[in-house]
Design a protein around this ligand. Sequence first.
Ligand code: BGC
Length: 404
Amino acid sequence: MTTAPPLPEGFLWGASTSPHQTEGGNVHSDWWFLENDPNSFVSERSGDATDSYNRYPEDMRLLADAGLTAYRFGIEWARIEPAPGEFMQVELDHYRRMIETAQGLGLTPVVTLHHFTSPAWFAQQGGWLHPDAVDLFARYVEQAATILHDVQWVCTINEPNIIAAMAALMRNMADNSQNTQTDTAVTSLSLPTPDSEIAEILTRAHKRAVGIVHANTPAKAGWTIAGQQLEPTPGNKEIFERTRWEWEDRFLEVARGDDFVGIQAYTSQTVDADGIVAHPAHPDNTLSGWAYRPDALEMALRHAWDITGGTPLLVTENGISTDDDDVRIRYTEAALAGLDNAVSDGLDVRGYLHWSALDNYEWGHWGPTFGLIAVDRTTFERHPKPSLGWLGQHARTGIAQVTS
Ligand code: BGC
């Protein structure tokens, strides 16, 4: 048995979460309203989530004790600005404590400013289509920057391509008045093509946020893109190229010249004459119904590297929803082998943050469990899975791949 050389000094080994999926009681957010609207398509509610608003020190300690060196978490706009222009210093102080707790445990905080959720008031006023949406987001980011003065990594907007696809879904539903008939998870990859107008607005919002982060903090700033790893079927190259541009490349192009781009990869899908093909049922599919494709990570890294022309890459999400932790380890081992291949070929990959630290709220569903740590939904007791210690071993050795 041989081992590959360690990854570069300072490579981040960690796990990721988002506020709405873990904190609980995110009552001022648009998603809270959606979940609690009897006519909405969302089947299960976030409720108390994993109570990480209160239990984040325990979550972080588990990650640090396992040997991980980084934690990606978000700050929640809806808590910080629950009413237009009303900024809650106590919430900023809360997130500042989170940053300091991570740092105190030896975890590099990777802070996300927007992870799918917005304040309900923002959504009710038109959301990203509000004429002042970019200014409103920038006003929030200015406030957020006051607690980021020693943070090294900031993700501005999580998966703008999925936000734009969700916006297209909402528009279609409004047009067809069908909002009771669809049950979809936000990342089900069965969404309509991302809305171009929203994509443009998010691009401007991202650029404003990067400017604010640069002016006020030492952090590297970038956005995180859901990589689809689309593959053409025979004879469909043209529609494949167009679909990939609409879903992914237009967002990666924005990251040219950024400090980094966040890579989020789980699976792969084919494109035929009608567009993206839904995953067929298969015994190996994950609990999200996605194809088991650990090679997705290497594909995503290489594609992002090509399209951005060499923007540094940070894996901000990769993982699998499964109730079999051996499968999680096997999937992640193969994904890390792909990452190692990419690094060996000269790609500048700065870290690997596994999705997710905890079994958390999967946007309308509690069933798909992505976590390195299980959570009892009644007592909120944390139960680390073997995969947490296993990933921690990689972090301790700094080695991505064990080859035989
Ligand atoms: C999102 C996460 C989500 C994960 C798994 C990503 O698209 O950023 O919030 O839980 O995928 O579906």
